[in-house]
Write a protein of this length. Structure first.
Length: 201
């Protein structure tokens, strides 16, 4: 097994174990919305399983990646724990920021030496990346700091746009970007109302 294939295999193994361990806080490994819609279309996987697997597949092609995450282990996918396990096993560093000091402090208790946790507004943190890490570019970016309200989605969209504008000068040319709550199809949306109908047109 080549190194690349081995790393990707280990990544998938880590992701699988992570979601078996955490799943969804309220419903085990399945995340079912309040209206009973199966967000995995019957696969039994957490809603972020496939996107996070693909994200780390791409990251695994980068030696010692600098990974930045906005939004910590508040709930759901526990991405800080997953990304921390990745850099601990495969090398690189994780820089995670959350505006909630309680979330940040809880994250500090469970991560390794390659992960750095900050309490700050994510846009400000990204704007000042160059001061914090002069000359260091970001190889992988996971934006998940503003939970999406499927009814009033504009505030989340605006915040994500501000984050991207702030971080663009610091991205490496091969940077891998994953943005949470941006489904490729409305079928993944946990709603069935006028917003769903609008998205489905």
């Amino acid at each position: 097994m080549t190194k690349e294939v081995s790393v990707i295999y280990n990544v998938h193994k880590n992701v699988e174990q992570h979601y078996v361990k955490y799943g969804d806080l309220s419903n085990g490994p399945l995340q079912i919305s309040s209206n009973g819609f199966d967000m995995f279309t019957g696969t039994g996987k957490h809603v972020t399983y496939y996107t996070m697997s693909r994200f780390l597949d791409l990251v695994s092609n980068i030696d010692n990646p600098v990974i930045v995450e906005t939004g910590g282990n508040a709930h759901g996918a526990k991405s800080t724990s997953l990304l921390d396990s990745y850099v601990t096993e495969h090398g690189g560093s994780l820089w995670s920021v959350d505006i909630n000091p309680t979330v940040a402090e809880e994250c500090k208790k469970i991560v390794g030496n390659s992960t750095h946790i900050f309490t700050d507004d994510s846009v400000h943190f990204l704007q000042t990346w160059g001061e914090l890490n002069p000359g260091v570019t970001i190889d992988a970016l996971y934006l998940d700091s503003f939970d999406l309200d499927w009814i009033d989605y504009q505030p989340s969209a605006d915040h994500g746009s501000k984050e991207l504008a702030a971080v663009l000068p610091f991205l490496s040319k091969h940077c891998v970007i994953l943005i949470d709550d941006t489904p490729v199809s409305p079928m993944y949306a946990p709603i069935r109302n006028e917003v769903y109908d609008k998205l489905n047109k």
